[in-house]
Design a protein around this ligand. Sequence first.
Ligand code: GUN
Ligand code: ZN
Length: 425
Amino acid sequence: MQSFRARVLTPDLDGPGSHPLRWIPDAHVVIDDAGRLVEVAPYTGQPVDEDLRPGVLLPGFVDGHVHYPQTRIVGSASGPLLEWLQRSTFPEESRFSDDTHAREVARIFCAALASAGTTLAFVYASRHETAADAVLDALDQAGLRALVGPVWMDARSPDALTISAERSEEAVRRLADRWHGHDDRLQVAVIPRFAVTSSEAGLRRAGDLSRELGLWATTHLAENTAECDTVAELFGRRYLQVYEDAGLVHDRSVFAHCIHLTDAEWDRFAAAGAVVAHCPDSNAFLGSGNMPTGAVVSRDIPVIIGTDVAAGRSFRVPRILSSAYDNALAAGHELTPATLLWWGTRSGALALGHDHIGAVAPGLDADLVLVDVPPWVDDADGVLAWTLFYADAPLPRRTWVRGRVIWDRDAHAARGGVFPWDLPG
Ligand code: GUN
Ligand code: ZN
């Protein structure tokens, strides 16, 4: 058992309805030995292991779209998308055939996630099975939750990154044997990179595999106009249709970006039960455009937030939620901070089938983040303002997955760590 006194802010279990948030200014939080929250209630004077006030406990963040082999190229200003891939991304991802490099970056990547307060992530590896294995291993060691797969790239890719769909399928099957369901934290996913670097047969093979094994699938969709034009030219159809024909649009598939879709396409997307990974910071940095927030919200399409590192410039989900607010306004839609928190936590968890996390509530696993908020801030609106929109906020003080500490900022600093991945000592 572990017990804390803290301030708590959490979304409601069921979503931003009439009571979207629970704010407990002085809470008693108890975690059992299995890492489950057994009490989250107003504090009534009992002894506790630790008083975390004025820190605020929130649910751990969910990063619904992030590229591990792009960790070292954050901030490469070489967009738009297709040029950025050629100039910055593909050269770096080619290096992941080297297992030493793959394992070193995997360690850095996991430290970046945990220190950002992220507890669950949907992770694209490079096209290399060994690199996917390296990041799964590192995620396991780091205590994180994730869905992970190698990217499939069987067409129109640099030689060093080209791999047949058959080999990608074999790799996913082997990785799934080793990792799928590991410690109830890790899953293996099917990830065709995007239609531009895929053959029609390769996409179909990916769709079939995801359904045969019941694996989550994800890819990029309608991010950039030049990309959409290329897909239309290559496949003779619109982008969403290409994925539909491959059997990739279903209630376990996640599509990143989704900027350039028609209303009729949004209707089909919603009917399929697919999930949008909204990546507004990446969309701004690569000049891709504004995701039409209203089209998604009005259809109740499940939303997860993606940092999309390295096209996105931060591993911190709250930074990306702030961009989501800006993006929505620019697209003519006003989001509430409560909805943003919901997207970054419980909505992300539910959308990825993790109904046992995403809120600070009894019965759920203790996936938590402790953030510093000035002591004079004493209501939910204020905490949201400082957590989501204050760009100079310090890194989270602590992160837990299933009751285990996976990041401790103060201990790290005491050991001389500057970047989150600096080794102790
Ligand atoms: N489309 C295909 N690959 C990528 C990628 O790595 N990042 C982004 N933002 N879009 C892509
Ligand atoms: Zn991406």
